[in-house]
Design a protein around this ligand. Sequence first.
Ligand code: C2E
Ligand code: MG
Ligand code: MG
Ligand code: MG
Length: 275
Amino acid sequence: AKNDHHHSGIEIFRTKFAEQATQRINLEHDLRPAIEKQELQLYVQAQVNNDDQVVGAEALLRWQHPKHGFISPAEFIPLAEETGLIIPLGHLIIEQACEILNNWQQQPETQQLTLAVNVSGRQFQQPDFVQGLLAQIKYHGIQPQLLKLEVTESVMVHDVDLVADKMNELQKIGVHFAIDDFGTGYSSMAYLAELPFETLKIDLSFIREMLTQPSMASIVRAMIQLAHSLDLKIIAEGVETQAQRDYLAAHGCDLYQGYLFGRPAPASDFLKSLS
Ligand code: C2E
Ligand code: MG
Ligand code: MG
Ligand code: MG
């Protein structure tokens, strides 16, 4: 009976493993047509200031798969990066983001809202990334100051000079940059001084532990001070409780994002939630 037990454990493991591999292949197979059919949609999540005003939003991609239901971007963005599908996907994201901003610009209540768009490493590394973005900004009549690009350290691992050139070119016309998931990668400090960032985002993993682990709270306070000493704005992501918000506010945080203020929602629902 003991052997049987072991045996079935291995079988279960094998089956699960095989399932995961199959699912992955299917996702790869399904992602390309999904992009063509525009089954992927940008949702938006509010970003608020210390006066409780919504000052902007982050665009977060959602894939409603016809068979598997909702699939997290944490799952398919890395896949898109590996397969090169991030290029057409990136175009779809920039286009939808510009459409949202264009809509916001039409109404007085929303025309000052900024939109933060996540840009992956490989997407940013495309030789025509800047040119493509400028064309979309122009085509949609976007005020470039309302567009924020969120990049992680993965953007900076290659040729930092080239990255700096591209960032500077976009910054010159008014596009802002935020460094995302700060503190979770490596050697981000030097980049903060070298590259034209406007905002630093504290990763939600720090916010989650902040009120239960004193060392995490220390790191959060240090990040806020670091950002301010470099003249950067600081935004906390993953804020879920009033206690977290109060603690962050007491230590000088500028902006907040998280379920406390609203979940990611379609841009049309977001507008309704504002009124
Ligand atoms: P991120 O840019 O750091 O986005 C923050 C993530 O935290 C989002 O997950 C958001 O839904 C989630 N979140 C927001 N508030 C809370 C909260 O209060 N509690 C908790 N537990 N989570 C919260 P999401 O939407 O699943 O996206 C995951 C990651 O996928 C993003 O992390 C980003 O790296 C990537 N991603 C999403 N959309 C895009 C995109 O359009 N392009 C690219 N390149 N990456 C994207
Ligand atoms: Mg982000
Ligand atoms: Mg983040
Ligand atoms: Mg994150």
